[in-house]
Design a protein around this ligand. Structure first.
Ligand code: PMP
Ligand code: GLN
Length: 414
C-alpha cells in the first residue's frame, strides 16, 4: 500500500490536528543534535573559521592516502572479516607492543567504525541494565547517551579547572558493589589533561578492589606535549585483564573522515566486543583498514612529529588568545584549548559567547557546557581546536582581536 492510499484510508485521524502516528517518545528522541554538528553548521552559515569541531584542515600522510587508493584496485572490496582485516589487527597488536610493551596479538584486536563505534561496542559488550558506570566529567558527548540506552546507571565524577586533577575522595565514593566499569579519556577532550601515573594508579586500585572493567578512550594517544606522556591504563599491574583500550586512525593519521577505530582487549573480552560490533556495523571499509595497517608501521619520527607539530600550534593559538585577554588553561595533550572568556567582559554564557564570536568575528568555538550533564557546570569556557594550519589560526586570532581588542583590562572573577 502506498503512503498516499494509507492516508486516504486513515479515517480516524484524517483532517484533524492530532498526529497521524503516536509520538516516538523513545529515549533517543529527546536527545539533541551533537554540539559538533551544530557548531559546524553555524560556522558554515556565517562563513566562519571553524575552530569548533575537532578535525585537521590538512590531509593525513601521502603514503597512507596512496595505500588506500591502491587498495581499492586489488579485488578485495567485498565484506572484510568482521573483527577487522588480518593486516590491521596484526598492525594494531604490533603498535601496542612497540609503543607500550603491551603483549597484544591479533586476537586481542577488534576493528570498528571509528572510536565512536568502539566506545559503543565496549559499553554494549560489558553493560546490562542496572549496572553502574563511573565516568569523568567533563565528558565526550557520546558516552552518556550510550550508557543510558543500555539501561546502565552513570556515576559522574567532576574534575575542576584549572588543573582538572582527579579528586580521590569523589572517585572512591563513585565506586560501589554495582560498579561494572569505568569509562575515561586520556589525553582528554575537552580539557587537554593527560592522566598522571599517580591518577592511573588510583583508578587501577579501585578497579581491582571493585572487580570492575575499564574502557579507555585513548584516541589522542600520540598527541601529547612537553613532558606529558601518555600511559595506557592497560600497562599497569593487573589491568591487562580488565582494560579495553580504544584508538582511532582519525587522530593518529589526521584522517577523521575515515572512521577507522580499534579496540585492544583481553582475549576473553575481545570476542564479546566483536559481537557488539557485528550488530552495530559488522565491518569498516577494507581499503581504509589496510592503509591504516600500513600507517601504523610508519617510522617513530612520524609519531613524534605529530605531537611536536601540534604543540607548536597549541602555542600559537594559546599566545593569541592570551593576547586578546582570555585565560587559557594548561593543555598537555589533544586537539583542544579551553579558555576562560570572563576577562573579555562578555555578558552571557558559553553558548552565547560561541554564537557571538561566530557571528561577529567569524570564528567558531564549542561551549564547554556541552561536555557536562550534572548541575551547575562552569559556563565561562570555550573550547578552541588548534589542529589547523598556522595561517588559519593566525587569521582566527586577528579576527577575535578585531572584535575584542587586546587585553581588555583587569581580569574579572566570579
Ligand atoms: N573520543 C574522543 C575523546 C574524541 O574526541 C573523539 C572524536 N574526536 C572520538 C572519541 C571519536 O573518534 P572517531 O572519529 O574515531 O569516531
Ligand atoms: N571529536 C570531535 C570533537 O571533539 C568531533 C567528532 C564528531 O563531530 N563526531 O570535536
Amino acid at each position: 500500500m502506498t503512503l498516499a492510499r494509507r492516508a486516504d484510508t486513515a479515517a480516524p485521524n484524517a483532517g484533524r490536528d492530532r498526529p497521524a502516528v503516536k509520538p516516538v517518545n523513545s529515549h533517543l528522541s529527546a536527545l539533541g543534535t551533537t554540539i559538533f554538528t551544530v557548531m559546524s553548521a553555524l560556522a558554515a552559515e556565517h562563513g566562519a573559521i571553524n575552530l569548533g569541531q575537532g578535525f585537521p584542515d590538512t590531509d593525513g600522510p601521502e603514503d597512507v592516502l596512496q595505500a588506500a587508493a591502491a587498495s581499492l584496485f586489488d579485488g578485495r572490496n567485498q565484506y572484510p572479516p568482521m573483527p577487522g582485516v588480518p593486516e590491521l589487527r596484526q598492525a594494531v597488536a604490533a603498535h601496542n607492543r612497540r609503543f607500550y610493551d603491551i603483549p597484544a596479538t591479533p586476537d586481542h584486536v577488534v576493528v570498528t567504525c571509528g572510536a565512536t563505534e568502539a566506545i559503543a561496542a565496549c559499553l554494549t559488550a560489558l553493560l546490562d541494565p542496572g549496572d553502574e558506570v563511573v565516568l569523568i566529567e567533563p565528558l565526550y558527548d557520546t558516552y552518556l547517551p550510550v550508557v543510558r540506552l543500555l539501561g546502565a546507571i552513570p556515576r559522574l565524577v567532576r574534575l575542576e579547572p584549572p588543573d582538572w586533577a582527579l579528586p580521590e575522595a569523589a572517585l572512591t565514593a563513585a565506586f560501589g558493589p554495582r560498579t561494572k566499569a569505568m569509562l575515561f579519556n586520556t589525553p582528554m577532550n575537552p580539557t587537554g589533561k593527560v592522566f598522571t601515573a599517580g591518577e592511573l594508579g588510583l583508578i587501577a586500585e579501585l578497579l581491582a578492589r571493585h572487580d570492575a572493567y575499564a574502557i579507555c578512550d585513548e584516541v589522542y594517544e600520540h598527541l601529547t606535549f612537553g613532558a606529558a606522556r601518555h600511559i595506557p591504563l592497560m600497562t599497569l599491574p593487573g589491568m591487562a585483564e580488565r582494560s579495553l583500550r580504544i584508538g582511532s586512525a582519525g587522530k593518529t593519521f589526521s584522517l577523521t573522515g575515515w572512521k577507522v577505530g580499534y579496540v585492544t582487549a583481553p582475549p576473553a573480552l575481545a570476542p564479546i566486543v566483536a559481537k557488539a560490533h557485528q550488530n552495530l556495523t559488522f565491518a569498516t571499509a577494507p581499503n581504509l583498514q589496510r592503509a591504516v595497517a600500513m600507517g601504523l608501521g610508519k617510522e617513530d619520527a612520524y609519531f613524534a612529529e605529530l605531537g611536536r607539530a601540534l604543540e607548536a600550534k597549541r602555542d600559537l593559538l594559546a599566545a593569541g588568545l592570551t593576547r586578546i585577554g582570555m585565560d587559557v588553561l594548561p593543555v598537555h595533550g589533544s586537539y583542544f584549548i579551553t579558555a576562560d572568556f570572563r576577562p573579555l567582559r562578555f555578558d552571557g554564557d558559553d553558548v552565547a559567547f560561541c554564537r557571538h564570536i561566530t557571528e561577529a568575528a567569524k570564528v567558531t568555538a564549542v561551549p564547554v557546557t556541552a561536555f557536562y550533564d550534572g548541575p551547575e557546570p562552569p559556563t565561562h569556557y570555550a573550547r578552541f581546536a588548534f589542529c589547523k594550519q598556522d595561517a588559519v589560526l593566525e587569521e582566527a586570532v586577528a579576527r577575535l582581536e578585531g572584535l575584542f581588542g587586546r587585553r581588555a583590562g583587569p581580569v574579572l572573577r566570579r
